[in-house]
Design a protein around this ligand. Structure first.
Ligand code: NDP
Length: 497
């Protein structure tokens, strides 16, 4: 465990007010506020810096476990050897289906790389909206080009047309699933290593700015870490800058990897939204195509899961700018954890329910369908409304929709909502997301436990993510966060947790 102590500062008392600052105000007072936020966070960072995920050993274990789980899910649930149910968990024959052999193929590797390059070309060549991210710890605010929704539209039109004309067989991805998964893993390992090595570069494009800033920093600042970061023009993530190669590779050294600080191409935001999420939908539709090929029609459970997950992805891409205020973008480095999560874990494990439905006879009653639809609608409404409310509050607090909400003013300078969705639970958005997870698994029926992997895993992820985020917020806000927790008592599920 790494810990360090520095000077402490007594936090100023907080007051409960309706919010009063706007984005313009933020810009005008930007410098003062940035310095205040920067100092405040640096003090807390040094006071309490710890390894997450049980340190380097945990990082190694998770690096092995993640790909292992992806492959295991194919072994534990496939049409040749059946699926794990609670009562066959120890007797189950855990084998890969021969239909999905080979495990490695050059064709799949080329498809994987070709898919990434296709997304990249569309992203770079098509127009997009320009948005600024949050103020970073070095006072910089990066600009992002956002056009993932357009990439989705173009890709959908191209794939549907080619499938309609019989020029490609979308369902072929079902047979290639294992080798595509192997190719995805290899790609994720390679990209992570490239990003880790690249994080040691000196960004030539900004050398002049950097040296100016460095001089200024030397005069005014006593923080060695920040000097190093400014000097190299590569902004490092707090958590992924420990000096331990394995841990930093896993968490990610660089916060927002870019070819140059002036470029709007941000590989982390690109991977978070484009190849992984759209790739997930393509796999889902390939399983639907496979079912249609086998049965001559598409079943109700298949339509439900495809529809729900398409809504989820379209929502994420439509509200693309919201990603700029999430923890993945503002706090975490871009290391194996996120690279693998975005490019492999999401498409290959989140599509399990559709694969299961394509390979198994599943039907559900009308009553069950209604129940599932209700769960999905409540979940989606909670998820969208709460995320939208916080995003609007962070970007345009004077908007009519949020200006009546109560918030506490914090010493850090930003306010915390204590009414509306964020007054019900500290992560009510996670609750909505988890409800949707149920709606995506229930169409698979109750014969096997394997298709419920998503809802179980996601529940664990959200609890852990809430703990991580609260820890980060306590570092950012100190006493103010404790006060917020006293006012908003529940973490995720109101009156339960
Ligand atoms: P959140 O959107 O929950 O954002 C957390 C941040 O919001 C905090 O760090 C803090 O940052 C700010 N915040 C916290 N409380 C308040 C408050 N009361 N008022 C104002 N701001 C507050 O983080 P995530 O990135 O974890 O989640 C975003 C969405 O993505 C969620 O809906 C989640 O379910 C979903 N998600 C889905 C995953 C999947 O695999 N399907 C994986 C991970 C997330 P600050 O104060 O610095 O602004």
């Amino acid at each position: 465990m790494v810990s360090a102590t520095t000077r402490s500062r007594k936090p100023k008392p907080t007051t409960t007010t309706a919010t009063t600052t706007t984005l313009d105000d933020d810009k005008k007072t930007g410098n003062k506020k940035d310095i205040k936020i920067k100092k405040h966070e640096r003090e807390r960072k040094h006071k309490h810096q710890e390894f997450e995920f049980f340190g380097p050993k945990g990082a190694v274990l998770i690096t092995i476990l993640l790909p292992f789980t992806c492959f295991f899910l194919v072994k534990a649930c496939n049409e040749e050897h059946g699926c794990v149910s609670l009562w066959t968990i120890f007797e189950h024959e855990y084998e890969f289906p021969k239909k999905m052999f080979p495990l490695l193929s050059l064709r799949s590797f080329l498809v994987q790389v070709g898919w990434f390059v296709w997304c990249l070309i569309l992203h770079l060549s098509m127009p997009g909206t320009r948005k600024e991210g949050v103020i970073l710890k070095n006072g910089e605010r990066l600009e992002y080009k956002l056009n993932a929704f357009r990439v989705l539209v173009v890709t959908s039109v191209v794939i549907s047309t080619l499938t309609w004309l019989d020029l490609i067989q979308l369902r072929a991805l079902h047979g290639m699933f294992l080798s595509m998964l192997s190719a995805g893993c290899a790609f994720a390992f390679a990209l992570t290593t490239f990003l880790y090595v690249a994080s040691f570069r000196k960004d030539r494009g900004n050398d002049d700015d950097a040296s100016k800033k460095k001089k200024k920093t030397k005069k005014n600042d006593d923080d060695d870490d920040d000097e190093k970061e400014v000097g190299s023009s590569v902004l490092l993530a707090n958590g992924g800058n420990t000096g331990n190669v394995i841990y930093d590779w896993f968490i990610g050294r660089e916060l927002n990897p870019r070819f140059s600080r002036k470029s709007t191409f941000d590989i982390k935001v690109f991977c978070e939204l484009t190849p992984g999420l759209i790739g997930w939908l393509i796999l889902n539709f390939s399983f639907m195509h496979e079912q249609f090929y086998r049965l001559g029609y598409v079943t109700k459970p298949m339509i439900l899961v495809n529809m729900f997950q398409t809504v989820y992805v379209v929502d994420a891409l439509w509200n693309e700018a919201a990603i700029l205020t999430t923890m993945d973008v503002t706090t975490d480095g871009f290391g194996f954890m996120l690279v693998f999560g975005d490019l492999v874990w999401v498409p290959f494990t989140y599509s399990l329910q559709c694969r299961y439905i394509a390979e198994n006879d599943v039907e559900i009653s009308t009553a069950m369908t209604v129940l599932i639809l209700m769960i999905q609608c409540i979940g989606y409404y909670t998820f969208r409304a709460s995320n939208g409310q916080k995003n609007l509050f962070r970007t345009n607090p004077k908007s009519q929709k949020v200006k009546h909400l109560k918030s506490i003013k914090t010493q850090r300078g930003t306010n915390l909502l204590i009414s509306g969705w964020w007054g019900i639970a500290r992560h009510i958005n996670y609750f909505g997301d988890w409800l949707m997870a149920w709606a995506w698994c229930l169409p698979c029926g109750f014969k096997h436990v394997a298709p419920y992997f998503y809802v179980i895993y996601f529940g664990i992820l959200l609890v852990h993510r809430d703990l991580r985020d609260c820890e980060q917020c306590e570092l950012k806000y100190g006493e103010d966060w404790k006060k917020y927790c006293r006012i908003v008592k529940y973490r995720i599920i109101p009156y339960v947790y």
